[in-house]
Ligand binder design. Structure first.
Ligand SMILES: NC(=O)c1ccc[n+]([C@@H]2O[C@H](COP(=O)([O-])OP(=O)(O)OC[C@H]3O[C@@H](n4cnc5c(N)ncnc54)[C@H](OP(=O)(O)O)[C@@H]3O)[C@@H](O)[C@H]2O)c1
Length: 364
């Protein structure tokens, strides 16, 4: 019987918001070691990874076959999160395919693909729901599972479908950054009565680790995760309950949303290295209009029963997440949640996304 158990994992996207907790969970007990790819090996995030002890950094870009080969070679596992906000949708498609193909060739035993929902397909191919950073991954998730039908003995593969990080709702420069209006924490987003299946980054670490720990069950699986579908009235109510300070959700039409804090970014390409003159390149406005419609109209579902089985101690509600985050923030000296979302603190905190930290600059 072929075995898909692994001990050395090549990680693409390891210095990112998603990669940090994934690597943390992989190496915590030294069961796995990690080789993480980074264009920026001197960054504070790369240093934080090295400080974990059993992580090495390979300098380079995923948009280079020789680097991909060097990264996979000598490893037996791979966690691949290709940054579509760098590449744009077209190049993301190409490099996702090449990553998978080179991983097979280089003898990887188990491959985990960092995925997002193929929302356009899930909506019945209705372009109101077209978000390039979702579809760009979701198509490739399906493609990988299809290849895996033929290759599953040689290299197992699982698709790990996440969603908007819950952390983004309390962070600067995200699609759901809060403001404080007359002392009321306020989320102004075009969500209607819909709900966002937010994910908790720490739980992503647990789930990714579970995939590598259970490769025979995980082989061929699309593990789609979330805390819960978060209605923003519920987010605001939970915030009030946890912090004792007022909060509100204000449903916002798309025109008002794109004339708000994101106005300056609306016409830029969603991927910072995508060609603005290429007709296939989606702008922020087009991309995130589709994104909000996906949540507003309930296009995406989750099997919460399965998640309870796989991760019995998972964070299962937005209130639980906020309570935990409030506690963690106090312990780490960041202040309580109410303090952290005040603009003078929010915009000073280290950015959640590396892309924000790097001001959307960097090579492909
Ligand atoms: N924001 C969300 O809520 C969310 C949720 C789920 C999935 N995603 C998806 O996750 C991806 C981004 O990852 P993230 O959320 O962790 O964002 P992030 O914090 O901005 O991190 C981006 C990561 O991608 C790496 N990277 C970018 N371009 C690279 C290149 N050419 N070669 C090698 N590495 C490269 C960066 O590494 P270096 O800078 O060190 O090279 C970094 O590790 C996007 O495709 C996004 O759609 C985002």
């Amino acid at each position: 019987m072929p075995t898909h158990s692994t001990s050395k994992i090549f990680v693409i996207g390891g210095t990112g918001a998603q990669g940090l907790p994934v690597i943390g969970a992989l190496v915590a007990d030294k069961k796995y070691s990690v080789r993480a790819l980074s264009r920026d090996p001197a960054s504070r995030r790369a240093n934080a990874l090295r400080a974990l002890g059993n992580v090495s950094i390979l300098e380079g870009t995923f948009a280079d076959e020789a680097i991909l080969r060097e990264g996979f070679r000598g490893c037996d596992g791979a966690y691949v999160n290709i940054d579509g906000f760098n590449t744009g949708e077209k190049a993301e498609t190409y490099w996702a395919i090449r990553s998978y193909e080179i991983a097979v060739e280089e003898g990887i035993k188990f491959f985990v693909y960092g995925n997002l929902d193929y929302a356009l397909k899930k909506s019945g191919y209705d372009s109101r729901f077209r978000a390039g950073h979702y579809d760009g991954k979701g198509r490739m998730g399906e493609w990988i599972l299809f290849q895996n039908q033929a290759n599953k003995d040689r290299m197992g593969a699982a698709v790990f479908t996440t969603g908007p990080y819950m952390e983004m709702a309390i962070s600067a420069m995200t699609p759901m950054t809060p403001s404080v209006e007359d002392g009321v924490v306020t989320w102004r987003v075009p969500l209607g009565n819909g709900a966002v299946p937010h994910v908790a980054l720490d739980d992503c670490g647990y789930y990714a680790r579970w995939l590598f720990d259970n490769p025979e069950r995980a082989n061929g699986m699309n593990l789609e995760v979330a805390i819960e579908h978060v209605e923003y009235q519920k987010l605001a109510a939970a915030f009030e309950k946890v912090t004792g300070h007022p909060a509100q959700y204000i449903d916002t039409d798309l025109d008002a949303y794109w004339n708000g804090p994101l106005k300056a970014a609306a016409d830029l390409p969603a991927g910072y290295n995508a060609d603005p003159n290429d007709k296939s390149t989606m702008s922020f406005r087009d991309n995130f209009t589709g994104f909000w419609n996906v949540w507003k109209y309930g296009v995406v579902q989750r099997d919460y029963g399965l998640l309870d089985e796989i991760h019995p101690n998972r964070i299962g509600s937005v209130e639980q997440w906020l309570r935990r985050e409030d506690q963690l923030g106090r312990e780490l000296g960041k202040g309580n949640l109410w303090e952290r979302v005040q603009p003078e603190n929010l915009y000073k905190a280290p950015p959640l996304l590396k892309l924000t930290e790097d001001k959307r600059k960097g090579t492909l």
